[in-house]
Each structure stands twice: as C-alpha cells, then as structure tokens.
Design a protein around this ligand. Structure first.
Ligand SMILES: Cc1cc2nc3c(=O)[nH]c(=O)nc-3n(C[C@H](O)[C@H](O)[C@H](O)COP(=O)(O)O)c2cc1C
Length: 194
C-alpha cells in the first residue's frame, strides 16, 4: 500500500491549517488506498538549515536532519497542506524542503493550499510547483485551494464546505495513479537489474 505522508506545512501554534490537515488525513484514510502518516512541521521543529554539506550528498551531521530524512524517506507520496503568507509559501516549509534532496525525488505530491483571503492560497501552490518539479517530484494534476480558512474552523475542528471532499478525491486519485505508476517502474528496474 502507498505510504502517504500528509504534511501540515504550518508552524504557528494557532495554525488554522492544523485542523484542515486533520480533516485531509481523515479523507486520505477513508480513500482506502493509502497507509497515511500525519506530519506536523511545528512538531518537527527544524532550525534554519545548518548542515555543512549539500543535502544531495546525504551526509548529515545533525540528528534533527537524520530524523527528518528518515521520515521523508519512508514516504512513497505526499500531500502538502500549505498556508499562504504574503502571497507565497512559508519560509519554514521551504527550509524543511531544502534540508533534504534525494528523499523527495521521484515521489508524487498533491497540494491542499489555504488562506484567509479569496484565493485559497493558490498563488502559494503555483509558486511551489516549479520547486517540486526541480526536485524531481511528481505533482498531481489536480489541487485544492481552501479560501476563508479562519471561518471554517469551528469547535469540532475543520468544517469542510460541501464540494471539498470531491475536490480532494481528485487529488488523491492523481496521487494514487502516480504512485502506482512509479511502483511499477521501480519493480521493472529491479527485474532488469536482477
Ligand atoms: C505572515 C502572514 C501573512 C499572510 N498573508 C496572507 C495573504 O497574503 N493572503 C491571504 O489571503 N492571507 C494571508 N494571511 C492569512 C493566512 O492565510 C491565514 O491566517 C492562514 O490561517 C495561515 O495559516 P496558518 O493559520 O496555518 O498559519 C497571512 C497570515 C500570516 C501569518
């Protein structure tokens, strides 16, 4: 089964994205095709990039990098739950991406962006896409943008607008398809090697 990490990219203690990420995690589990691990970037609590060598070498001197590397490496695919700050993605999330390199490579990724305003963070997702492609990741064709996030957080957590489950299902279907294709390619390569 595809190991899917749902990464909540926010680090603020009062993040509205955390309840959204919990809802996304529940939807991904309900899909049935994924072994889902929630990842909260605030709990990972990385410092600013402090490794002496390039991430592409895989030579990590700090335990926090080794732990982050092992967590990302253990995923087959990702959903990034992405806040928008000042029209773009957040600095802590870009920092977390830059800590690693090969761990991201070749892996499918879907984006669920959100913001207080009407765009739902779509500009942040648009900004992130070339970076993910540069890393060799496989972005899903569909994405989800959630506008007006503060108003969607109630006492019981995230209150999903009606259309959202269907929109997320399209992203999950993309990610599942990309992951299946990649798994088949890896298997074919292994057969050739043997
Ligand atoms: C530094 C900062 C900048 C923001 N810039 C925007 C913005 O450009 N457009 C927008 O619609 N909302 C903006 N917001 C509102 C956030 O999208 C909203 O608060 C969202 O909940 C942030 O995610 P978080 O709660 O997980 O931190 C900004 C919030 C912060 C903290």
């Amino acid at each position: 089964m595809t190991r899917l990490h749902v990464v909540s990219a926010a680090t603020r203690p009062t993040s509205s994205g955390r309840p959204l990420a919990q809802w996304v995690t529940g939807q991904a589990r309900a899909h049935g095709g994924f072994d889902v691990t929630p990842v909260d970037l605030a709990e990972i609590a990385l410092p600013f990039l402090d490794e002496p060598e390039y991430a592409s070498t895989g030579n990590y001197t700090h335990q926090h990098t080794r732990d982050w590397s092992a967590l990302v490496d253990s995923a087959d695919a990702f959903l990034f739950v992405l806040p928008m700050y000042n029209g773009g993605f957040t600095a802590p999330f870009k920092n977390a991406i830059d800590f690693l390199y090969n761990e991201w490579k070749g892996k499918p990724v879907g984006i669920v962006s959100y913001s207080a305003g009407p765009t739902g963070g779509a500009p942040a997702a648009d900004m992130l896409l070339p970076i993910l492609t540069r890393l060799g990741m496989l972005p899903a064709e569909h994405s989800v943008a959630v506008p007006g996030i503060p108003k969607l957080i109630g006492a019981e957590g995230f209150e999903a607008p009606e259309a959202l489950s269907g929109e997320l299902a399209a992203v999950l279907a993309d990610v599942a398809e990309l992951a299946a294709k990649r798994a088949a390619e890896i298997e074919a390569e292994a057969v050739v090697t043997v």
